[in-house]
Design a binder for this molecule. Structure first.
Ligand code: PMP
Length: 331
């Protein structure tokens, strides 16, 4: 009773946390699903376990099978933990624009990391394509394929969605979150829409991604510019995102996301990564549009520890033209 049996059983069942300043400023309940409290430290632990569990279920993993994935970070970290817990070797392909901290963590966890040049998805040398080819070249390997493997969104349909529904006792008016693979938003949206069709599902996008345009116009054309956020934004509609019931989309600037992360740190004691800054900024905007008295749920995706050399480095931020200080007119 109350005891969780080992690593994989510790994934999920995270708290739902009321964000105080955001709730008070909007007159809404702004609630964050504490995914940074998963045992591997992020929302991707759920997807990692569901995808490995599915591979086990269909008999794709035998003694000696290697797990291979292309990932910029949290999925790899989740997979490395799960693979250690289940006894599988893991090889990770990662683009070379990612922070050194992420490579270090993965290597510390025992993954073999192959850092490859950063090229678009359409290029054959893209890290995901290299991961797929490497897996094919081995006698026994599973290419996890988080973008198009729908066991990813199933994790959120079977766990995150029901948890949010139960924790709010069904009193949820909107769910908002940023998208990388689309697993989180697609799985949660399918569950919540099944429960009550009027719940608003809002996709949050960073600058330099195609998802905002996809939701608002139907065409996944890339927006101009780039973003310092990690793990979110996409240039294409993945199998996980395809068919997700999403009502509307918002674009959130890096400056707004960074200001929010610093504000949560200084004023409320939280230490989050940049995608959580996007999510909380977006939740506040959605709450303002809905008006007081509503409940808006978002995701607190991961902690800030992996981003010490970027998001939490003033000189690095200054190079990007972003300030960690609050604007004068912040409320
Ligand atoms: N935030 C962070 C920090 C992530 O690593 C990811 C996944 N890449 C996301 C958000 C987006 O989650 P999903 O892949 O389920 O869309």
């Amino acid at each position: 009773m109350g005891v969780r049996n080992g690593f994989v059983e510790t994934i999920g069942n995270t708290p739902l946390i009321r964000l105080q300043a955001a709730s008070e400023a909007t007159g809404c309940e702004i609630l964050g699903k504490a995914e940074f409290m998963n045992p591997g430290g992020s929302v991707k632990d759920r997807a990692a376990w569901w995808m490995i569990r599915e591979a086990e279920r269909v008999g794709a993993i035998r003694p000696g099978t290697t797990i291979v994935e292309g990932t910029a970070g949290n999925t790899g970290i989740g997979l490395a933990h799960v693979c250690n817990a289940r006894g599988y070797p893991i090889v990770i392909y990662m683009p070379d624009n990612q922070s050194r901290e992420k490579v270090d963590i993965l290597e510390t966890l025992g993954a073999e990391v192959r850092v490859v040049p950063t090229v678009p998805y359409t290029n054959d040398m893209n890290y995901q394509k290299q991961a797929e080819r490497y897996a094919e070249s081995l006698d026994s390997a599973v290419w996890v394929n988080q973008f198009d493997n729908t066991a990813n969104r199933l994790a959120h349909y079977e766990s995150t969605g029901p948890e949010i529904w139960e924790q709010t006792e069904g009193r949820v008016d909107a769910f908002v979150c940023a998208v990388g693979t689309g697993g989180t938003i697609a799985g949660v949206s399918k569950y919540l829409k099944r429960k009550r069709g009027e719940i608003q599902l809002v996709l949050l996008d960073c600058i330099g991604s195609a998802l905002y345009n996809f939701i608002t116009t139907g065409n996944p054309t890339m927006s101009d510019g780039t973003s310092i956020t990690e793990g979110i934004g996409n240039s294409r509609i993945t199998d996980n995102l395809a068919g997700a019931e999403i009502d509307w989309a918002l674009q959130i600037s890096d400056q707004d996301a960074v200001s929010m992360v610093y504000r949560l740190l200084r004023e409320e004691g939280w230490f989050f990564g940049s995608s959580t800054g996007i999510n909380v900024s977006g939740a506040i905007e959605v709450a303002r549009r809905l008006g007081p008295g509503h409940t808006v749920v978002t995701v607190l995706c991961d902690g800030g520890g992996k981003y010490r050399s970027s998001l939490f480095n003033r000189a690095w931020l200054a190079e990007k033209g972003i300030s960690p200080d609050l604007p004068e007119d912040a409320v």
